[in-house]
Design a protein around this ligand. Structure first.
Ligand code: 3HC
Ligand code: NAI
Length: 694
């Protein structure tokens, strides 16, 4: 099946790439292009060829969906396609509009001529997938736009507007108006003037003092590349363009590309790329589900969360009415929002005009009557079911029919909240993370009765306010917090057995977590976990907890807010200082329990904490609370400081090998006697089938 259409326009053959959504250069499309070139070459009536894409994209590059499958490298691979085009005896012209990225840009560089519209988006973004341009981009781009500009483009992966590259050998002409007509006119000129065919590979390349330049680049890039190997390899490949003949440079590029393709870092980035896009799709909610119009938003509660939530909508140009019970609380909430914007202004991230615009869209109120026109109302009041009940009953009275009623609850039962109203189909959980104006994650909690169009609307709204929305079913803690509870629980046992909070945090942070579990506890407030545990002791007495955390809380060591928690904090400073008093308390505690402390390795710390996430994640998948493993990973990547280069807990388990993970879990079960560590049935099943989680 061809994904390229062939048509004659006079003496020019037009090959239109037709592989929606973005003309990924998959196997069928590659075959289609080659078939078109062959047909044009064989037809004496054809004097030139134009390659063109859709309005949206010339091409978004290699088809990432094919990566890892035999189709990815099946002939004609992208190299062969480009070689065939380059060797064609008739002029081949790339007509570039919309997005032109990665392999798409490399395809264009293989053509003899390139014309473009002014606002096409040109990029070599492979580095963002942990790769480097693998079809000649590192060798050809420096030849047309210069070494420095090309290196910038390749190492950053950022798109550049085509007009910014005017005057370089990348483009032969810019087209005003219809791209195809312009390209055909250009083709006519090329033929009439008998212009010689230009091959980018033949362009001479030089750079004075290149050794010093590349050394400087390496020093700069090393600092920002972190655990990712690709950026440094990009430099190696571009340097080869200068130091080696073209074909040898291509070989260097190919070797490095294949090396990177096999790295866990690249797999993690590709997983996150698709994970983010897949998360927005709900299996039983069709993509064409009509959505409700959201033009005005109401927020109840002007506290920590209400303020942050409000800012998201103001930033997206959606007016908000914010309700509080008392004028004082309302004034305080509004003042905090203004202060946040002023801080952004001081940092040069916001203009006074924008600040005024945003504050102008915010209205404070103490009357529910002001919610009459709201299309979406989000509640962020105290976390008490009685308070939520009063709020939702009131909303049921005042909100217009069809308004979406959302709760930001982090622990309460969304179904129960929905049933406080006579319209549970309009009720949904929108669980933002603190600080809500900064954190990317939004857990969208789907109640038993939540209507499909409500889900579709909320997912669309999330995109507008630039959140990564992931759907969760209703359960205690939803996806993220249900998992983190076990992570914290396991970390507690590590202390009991001999580790210190600082040792655990250091091991986890070295592994890549933005914050270890104890620093995180101090930041969020240890009293929150304490309250949950107290509830668990009654509701689920079978779950074991290390009780040392309770002892800490009994002493008022809630964390940063009380100046003391697992660590010490100096006034106005968030730096966690290890506290010998806590270490002593721990020692006394172990003695009381008759535990002889043992030395615990960093590897064990990491395995126990991360596998706790994996095991509970697998149970969440099995329960249908999450639709897919990648949804769980997106939650951890965007809401819990999980390292991007590891791709999330579920992908990490696959990288370690699910069999190995299950074995470790069984060992932990045997040594601790904690039934939590029995591998989740889903893990057992997948291991037996030789399958992975993701
Ligand atoms: N291959 C396959 N599918 C792709 C794709 C690609 N290269 N790029 C995007 N898509 C898909 C997305 O998965 C999504 O699919 P869905 O609708 O089924 O979820 C759809 O295209 C639209 O993507 P976005 O939602 O991201 O749409 P936007 O309009 O916001 O962005 C884009 C479009 C700028 C092309 C963006 O998707 C993007 O940056 N894509 C990645 C481009 C890239 O990295 N290309 C390099 C690939 S590697 C390569 O070329 C190797 C070569 O050097 C050998
Ligand atoms: P907060 O205490 O900072 O703010 C709550 C605000 O609601 C207060 O300003 C209070 O005056 C107001 N309020 C209370 N009852 C009200 C009522 N009946 N009508 C109008 N206003 C009322 O609390 P926070 O942290 O903002 O939490 C709010 C909700 O968000 C809770 O459900 C909490 O579980 C949830 N949440 C909190 C997170 C956090 O990290 N703080 C993270 C995610 C969710």
């Amino acid at each position: 099946m061809s994904s390229a259409n062939y048509e004659l326009h006079g003496s020019t053959a037009v090959i239109t790439l037709d592989n929606p959504p973005v003309n990924g250069l998959g196997f069928d499309l590659r075959c289609g292009i080659v078939a078109g070139i062959d047909q044009a070459a064989a037809d004496p009536a054809v004097k030139a060829v134009v390659l063109i894409g859709s309005d949206r994209a010339f091409s978004g590059g290699a088809d990432i969906r094919e990566f890892g499958s035999p189709k990815s490298f099946a002939e004609p691979n992208l190299h062969s396609v480009i070689n065939i085009i380059e060797a064609c005896r008739k002029p081949v012209i790339a007509a570039i509009g919309g997005v032109c990225m990665g392999g798409g840009t490399e395809l264009a560089l293989g053509c003899h001529f390139r014309v473009a519209v002014a606002n096409a988006s040109i990029a070599l973004p492979e580095v963002k997938l942990g790769l480097l341009p693998g079809a000649g981009g590192t060798q050809r781009m420096p030849r047309v736009i210069g070494v420095e500009a090309a290196l910038n483009m390749i190492v950053s992966g950022n798109p550049v507007a085509s007009e910014k590259l005017k005057g370089t050998a990348l483009f032969d002409e810019f087209i005003d108006g219809d791209l195809l007509q312009g390209a055909l006119a250009f083709s006519g000129k090329v033929v009439a003037e008998k212009r010689p065919l230009k091959r980018v590979r033949d362009i001479k390349i030089d750079y004075p003092n290149q050794e010093a330049f590349f050394q400087f680049s390496r020093n700069m890039v090393k600092g920002v590349a972190g655990p990712f190997p690709a950026p440094m390899k990009c430099i190696d490949a571009v340097q080869a363009a200068l130091t080696k003949p073209f074909d040898q440079g291509m070989k260097v590029e190919r070797t490095l590309f294949l090396q990177l393709m096999g790295t866990p870092e690249s797999r993690a980035l590709r997983h996150a790329f698709f994970g983010e896009r897949t998360a927005s799709k709900i299996p039983d909610v069709p993509a064409d589900t009509p959505t409700r119009k959201i033009a005005r938003v109401g927020v109840i509660g002007a506290g920590t969360m209400g303020g942050g939530i409000t800012m998201n909508f103001l930033n997206a140009g959606i007016p908000v009415t914010m309700l509080e019970m008392k004028q004082e609380a309302l004034d305080k909430g509004i003042a905090t929002i203004r202060k946040n914007y002023e801080n952004s202004m001081k940092k040069g991230k916001l203009t006074q005009e924008k600040l005024d615009q945003r504050m102008g869209m915010l209205k404070g109120t103490m009357s529910y009557d002001d919610f009459k026109d709201a299309d979406l109302i989000i509640e962020a009041v105290f976390e008490e079911i009685g308070v939520k009940e009063a709020v939702f009953k009131k909303l049921d009275e005042v909100a217009k029919p069809g308004a979406i009623l959302a709760s930001n609850t982090s622990t309460l039962d969304v179904n129960k909240i929905a049933n406080f109203t006579k319209r549970p189909q309009d009720v949904v959980g929108m669980h933002f993370f603190s600080p809500a104006n900064v954190m990317k994650l939004l857990e969208v909690v789907r109640g038993a009765a939540t209507a499909k169009d409500v889900m579709a609307t909320v997912m669309q709204v999330a995109k507008k306010i630039r959140k990564t929305a992931v759907v969760s079913g209703v359960c205690d803690g939803f996806i993220g917090n249900r998992m983190i509870e076990h992570y914290g629980r396991v970390a507690g046992f590590l202390l009991e057995e001999g580790a210190t909070p600082a040792q655990v945090d250091k091991a986890m942070e070295k592994w890549g977590m933005a914050m270890g579990p104890f620093r995180m506890g101090d930041l969020a407030g240890n009293d929150i976990g304490w309250a949950i545990r107290k509830r668990r002791y009654v509701e689920k007495p079978s779950i074991r907890y290390a009780k040392f955390a309770d002892r800490l809380c009994e002493q008022g060591r809630y964390g940063q807010k009380t100046g003391k928690g697992w660590y010490l904090y100096q006034a106005g400073n968030r730096k966690a200082i290890p506290d010998p008093e806590v270490d002593q308390m721990l020692e006394d505690y172990r003695k009381e329990l008759g535990i002889t402390p043992r030395k615990i390795s960093d590897a064990e710390i990491v395995a126990r904490c991360i596998y706790a996430l994996v095991n509970e994640g697998a149970r969440i998948l099995e329960d249908g609370i999450a639709s897919r493993a990648s949804d769980i990973d997106m939650i951890y990547l965007t809401g819990y400081g999980f390292p991007l280069h590891r791709g999330g807990p579920m992908l990490y388990a696959d990288e370690v090998g699910l069999y190995n993970v299950a074995r470790s879990m069984k060992e932990f079960a045997a040594s601790s006697g904690d039934s939590f560590w029995e591998p989740a049935p889903l893990i057992v099943k997948r291991v037996a089938e030789g399958k992975s989680l993701t």
